[in-house]
Design a protein around this ligand. Structure first.
Ligand code: HEM
Length: 417
């Protein structure tokens, strides 16, 4: 099977660059009775005072594209740790993207469960914020706070949590922050998943362990409740319906434990629009699970048209990638109050895959495994497999101790090829 992203043009605006898309988005807008307000964020509310602030503002307002599909030309100016590399803010991130590429791809070229975890992790870190929460957002708290990962809404992300903490331990001496790493992992996963967008990627956020509770969505809530929850994060219903397309690379474990591991579309290793197509059908294809919230969005007057627009066989993928990029740049900056001081490091991201045919895996490859090798946490996160409630236990005595006096929690991730 061959998968193809028809890129109508690689230029400028998310909307104005694509005439067909402009019509589609206008049509989507017309058919929706409500207006989708577009708000600014953080310090941009006081003005865009730097070129990067202006770039983000233009992206959020739809004046320029929030993705860069051009081919990567960046090469690090020197080895990691060299003065030349230290001089270039983006240099260390190029080394991190290489590690993530090894972690996120299966031998056939599709993206794997760690990549899926990274997409969800970026969302869950950033979305713990609202216009009235006063704190939280894309601050890395999900990676560095002791308790956030233990909350029931964050079940199932232990492996990407461990992998992220490994990377933080490996690269923090080069000045990286947790909030940036979490969003960088999301954006690297997105572009590595075949057909996914190369989203504008910024670094320079301030980290914080503080995080408000009760701001993540419940899949059993009806669409209007979810729309309001996201509007309180400045994410309007059009952005929201673009964002939930991330369920194209998703499995579920806990909504129906009897179907644990069931994907939310039939191609969970590819960033295609089958999620929208298949959710439009009366019943999901065999083996595919449908979340109650996705069913509710499909049936809601405001969000239903998005499913039709994004599942269009000719323009859907291009339209969706552009819309997802706009919405996710916004998501990745929730709670960030120094947007004018960020650095654009999109140039280090891997190339986008526009045209994909799964590769044959070498016959010798059965499975590979990832083992966390650095100190990540002094507790173990386990889940009671009857109730799926998180259980915190002391790390086993056999774990090793590092120079910081914390224990090493080893987590093994098996990647099936
Ligand atoms: C109304 C909004 C949303 C709801 C109610 C929702 C709910 C869920 C639920 C219940 C699961 C399955 C968890 C499990 O049982 O393991 C899931 C998985 C997932 N969600 Fe969402 N979600 C929403 C929005 C988003 C957004 C905005 C993104 C990303 C931008 C996202 C990305 C993912 C991914 C990638 C997975 C799969 C993770 C994996 O396979 O490891 N979701 N979501």
């Amino acid at each position: 099977m061959k998968y193809n992203l028809i890129f109508l043009t690689a230029a400028a605006s998310a909307v104005s660059a694509f005439p067909g898309m402009k019509d589609l988005m206008a049509d989507l807008g017309k058919r929706q009775a409500e207006t989708a307000t577009v708000e600014l964020l953080g310090d941009l509310l006081d003005g865009a005072t730097t070129p990067v602030g202006q770039e983000v503002k233009d992206c959020l307002l739809g004046n320029v594209a929030c993705q860069d599909p051009s081919k990567k030309t960046y090469a690090p100016p020197g080895p990691l740790g060299s003065p030349a590399c230290a001089e270039d803010t983006c240099c260390v991130w190029d080394f991190i993207q290489k590690d993530l590429t090894d972690l996120f791809l299966d031998c056939d070229g599709t993206c794997n469960e760690l990549a899926r975890g990274a997409v969800r992790f970026g969302f869950h870190d950033a979305a713990a914020w609202s216009k009235t929460s006063g704190f939280g957002g894309a601050d890395g708290s999900l990676l560095i706070s002791k308790d956030e990962i233990l909350r029931s809404e964050n079940q199932g992300m232990d492996d990407i949590y461990a992998a992220g903490n490994d990377l933080l331990a490996k690269y923090s001496e080069y000045g990286i922050g947790a909030g940036d790493l979490v969003q960088f992992m999301h954006n690297t996963a997105t572009v590595l998943c075949p057909l996914g967008p190369r989203i504008l990627t910024y670094v320079g956020r301030e980290d914080s362990e503080n995080n408000p509770t009760g701001l993540l969505p419940d899949t059993h809530s009806p669409a209007p409740v979810l729309i309001e929850l996201f509007q309180d994060k400045t994410i309007n219903f059009k952005d929201l319906i673009a964002l939930i397309g991330a369920h194209t690379v998703a499995n579920q474990q806990f909504v129906d434990p009897s179907q644990a591991g069931a994907p939310l579309d039939s191609t969970p290793g590819i960033w295609d629009v089958k999620f929208y197509n298949e959710t439009l059908q009366a019943t999901p294809p065999p083996g595919v699970f449908r979340l109650p919230s996705d069913e509710s969005f499909k049936n809601d007057n405001a969000t239903a048209p998005g499913f039709t627009v994004f599942s269009d066989p000719v323009t859907g993928q291009t339209t969706w990638n552009a819309a997802y990029s706009v919405a996710y740049v916004r998501m990745s900056l929730l709670g960030v109050n120094n947007i004018n001081e960020l650095t654009d490091c999109t140039k280090v991201l891997p190339d986008q895959v526009f045209d994909f045919t799964p590769k044959a895996c070498p016959s010798s490859s059965s499975s590979s495994s990832y083992t966390s090798t650095t100190s990540t946490t002094s507790i173990q996160i386990l889940h009671d497999h009857t109730t799926m409630a998180p259980m915190v236990t002391p790390a086993p005595e056999t774990d090793s101790y590092d120079s910081y006096g914390t224990t090493t929690a080893y987590v093994t991730v098996t990647v099936e090829c």
